[in-house]
Write a protein that binds this ligand. Structure first.
Ligand code: NDP
Length: 486
């Protein structure tokens, strides 16, 4: 008997042929009864799920988070207790590019992590930058539209990008980092990851803290110059997927040192920056980074579509000991991430192996398309039939705190040092090297010199950068050949 594997259709019936459709004689028309062919074509027509509306192009791997320091005074979350080892998944991505876009585009990089903890999934949906372009989710879809394609020509349009940025001064911090060489990382292994948002931590005694996560690359920061990034777009558009996959295959497991900044709960009100504003960092001199562990990637996915394309990350997946802060962008994302998964993959996306918690799930949500695991009776609560009951109230106690105020539509209250430009100015003045500054200027000038960028926009570009720093604005003005003072 042959030991060859016999192909089947999806109902498990042996395949009649992998080459020939059923026809009336060798030269005749095909038969509608060829169910094997019909299933093959019909399934192929449905192979794609909608691509992500942002972060469409990406890749990922599995790894492990190991906690080496005791931070139980700040959080009771099991995954952050000293000695804990938690299996995790990461997906890196660009933001604006479509599924086939080049990895070396100038763009922030998504840095989405899923931790399969004993208390359910904990997801951190970060970026390779500590800040973001906007601070209110009202502006998020407008921002993304300005980075994608025009409605009329379906072309990318640098004028649209600069138009939005210069009319949204809160973007200056993120655009400074984006236009620096950190906007074109050499690989995903050579960039940092940031939780970006501020989160709530609370300990077993219910004491609360605000926290920011920093994943610092152990490989060192390495970036492409603008010219190298452009060249790479044609020589290897998939350079970042390839680099990560090959490094892990070689046994060169990339790692990141996991740091946090911790702010006592009561400090937030009087802190010199609004600590929930996603366009700001907490300067290290105020809140130093504390190392808590190591995160290492050590396993490639075996099936890209099943494990990466269908991977779903949602910042709303919290474990006891961690909760949301009033960061408005985070609040918006708590809804929009799971909502996009329900649309893109389906209501039961959390039943897929890559998304399913490794811990027990005992829920009253049931049915819907592609249900694989359904709860048994009773299907309602409260019930007298022994169904699952809510956790002990102490489990989530720490996440409750008092808020009060009028219902408004208003910008954040300004704290003492809040403005849109002083933090990018600190980056330009104190942190960047001369080479970093030179590349920042040439990258901005190259980008804003695209033929579609109007002279009015160019003047606003110059003013935008003069607000960050006069020297920077003057150098951009010189490069663009405009004065800028309109
Ligand atoms: P510090 O000098 O203590 O920290 C500066 C930080 O900037 C370091 O984390 C450094 O770490 C990072 N950095 C260095 N070069 C660049 C670059 N070209 N682009 C982006 N980041 C870079 O100063 P402060 O904490 O007072 O922050 C000063 C400014 O540094 C901030 O206004 C912000 O723009 C930037 N920054 C601050 C961070 C924070 O959380 N405090 C985090 C990242 C940036 P590394 O070289 O390892 O990235």
């Amino acid at each position: 008997m042959s030991d060859k594997r016999i192909a089947t259709n999806d109902t498990g019936n042996p395949a009649p042929s992998l080459e020939h459709s059923q026809s009336v004689g060798p030269n005749g028309p095909l038969l509608f009864q060829d169910h094997y062919l019909i299933q093959k074509m019909a399934h192929f027509n449905r192979e794609r799920v909608p691509e992500r509306v942002v972060h469409a192009k990406g890749g990922g791997a599995y790894g492990v988070l190991e906690i080496t320091e005791d931070v139980s005074q700040f959080t009771k979350a099991g995954l952050f207790q000293k000695g804990a080892r938690t299996e995790s998944l990461v997906r890196f991505s660009t933001v604006a590019g479509e599924m086939g876009a080049a990895d070396s585009m100038r763009d922030p990089r998504g840095f989405a992590m899923k931790f399969y903890t004993d208390e359910g999934n904990y997801d951190l949906v970060g970026n390779n930058t500590p800040v973001f372009f906007v601070r209110d989710p009202q502006k998020f879809s407008d921002f993304i539209h300005s980075q994608k394609r025009r409605a009329d020509t379906h072309l990318h349009d640098n004028n649209m990008q600069w138009d939005f940025w210069t009319l949204s001064p809160e973007s200056a911090h993120q655009v400074t980092i984006l236009m620096s060489d950190r906007g074109t990382p050499m690989s995903w292994r050579h960039m940092h990851g940031f939780g970006s948002h501020t989160f709530l931590w609370y300990n077993a005694g219910g004491e609360r803290f605000w926290v920011k996560y920093h994943f610092k690359t152990d490989q060192g920061i390495r970036n492409f110059t603008d010219a190298e990034a452009q060249e790479m777009r044609s020589t290897d558009p998939d350079v970042h997927i390839r680099d990560l996959h090959q490094a892990i295959d070689r046994g060169e497991y990339p790692s990141w040192t996991v740091n946090v900044q911790v702010m006592p709960f009561a400090d937030a009100a009087g802190y010199r920056f609004n600590p929930f504003d996603l366009t700001k960092v907490w300067p290290h001199s105020d809140y130093p980074e504390i190392t808590i562990g190591k995160w290492t990637l050590n396993r490639n996915p075996e099936n890209y579509f099943a494990e990466i394309e269908q991977a779903s990350f949602e910042p709303s997946a919290f474990v006891p000991g961690i909760g949301p802060s009033p960061d408005k962008m985070l609040q918006g994302r708590l809804f929009s991430y799971p909502d996009t998964h329900r649309h893109r993959i389906g209501a039961n996306y959390l039943q897929l192996p890559v998304n399913r918690p490794k811990s027990r799930v005992d829920t009253y949500n049931f049915d819907g398309p592609m249900t694989y695991e359904n709860p048994t009776d009773p299907v309602y609560a409260p019930n007298s039939a022994g169904g699952p009951v809510a956790a002990d109230p102490s489990t989530w106690w720490g996440e409750s705190y008092e808020v009060a105020g009028e219902i408004v539509r208003h910008a954040y209250d300004l704290h003492r040092d809040d403005d849109d430009f002083s933090q990018p100015r600190a980056l330009w003045e104190r942190v960047m090297t001369d080479t970093d500054r030179e590349h920042l200027v040439t990258n901005i000038v190259g980008h804003a010199s695209a033929p579609e960028v109007t002279s009015d926009t160019k003047k606003r570009v110059v003013e935008y950068w003069r607000n960050v720093h006069k020297d920077l604005g003057d150098r951009v003005a010189k490069g663009l050949g405009v004065n800028g003072t309109s």
